[in-house]
Ligand binder design. Sequence first.
Ligand code: FES
Length: 194
Amino acid sequence: MPRLSVPDCEALLRALEERPVPNSHVLRAAARLRQRLEQAMASKATSDPNPKRSRDSHAPDHGTLALCTLHVCTSCRSSRTPREPRESRPGFILYQELREAFDESPLRHRVDVRPAECLSVCPRPCGIALSSPGAWAYLFGDQHPGESACDIVECITRYVETVDGFMPREERPKHLRASILGRVPPSQGGSSCI
Ligand code: FES
C-alpha cells in the first residue's frame, strides 16, 4: 500500500467525518489512522520546530555560517628556523598576526582563532585549518607570517558568507588555491564536489 502524505490523511479523515461510517471495520481503521496521524504530526513538531532552518541548524536565518574556527599551527617552522624560542617560529608569529587581524575585523565574533600544536602538514609550513559545524572543512599549507594574513582574512570572509562552507577554487584568494592540502565535506548536507 502506498504511503499517504499528511494532507492526504487529513483529507481522508475529513471525508470519513462528513459521511456515515459504513461498518465497524472502517470505523476502527479510521480511528487507527487518526491516531497515527496525530503521532506523526506531534513527532514532526518536536523534531523540526523551524522547518526553514532544518537543512542547516547551525546557519543563521540569512543562510551564512554562524561561527567558524581557524586553527593555526604554532609549531610550524622551516628547516632554516631554529626550534627555540618557540615564540619565534613562523607558525607562532602567523598565529599572532591572525589573532590581531581578526580582533580588528568585523568578523571578530564569528571567527575563533585557535593555536594548534601540529596539523600534520609539517613539510609545508605554515599550516592552517578552517572548519565550521555542518560545513566543508579545509586544510592549507605554505602560509607565511608577514605575507598571508590578508589572503586568509579574505578567504574566511568568503567562507562565512556561504551556506555550507563550499568554496570553489576560483573563489579563493590566489595564494589559497595551490596551497590547499585537503577538504572534507560536511557531516550532513552540503554541496557536491566540483
Ligand atoms: S609542525 Fe606545523 S603542521 Fe606539523
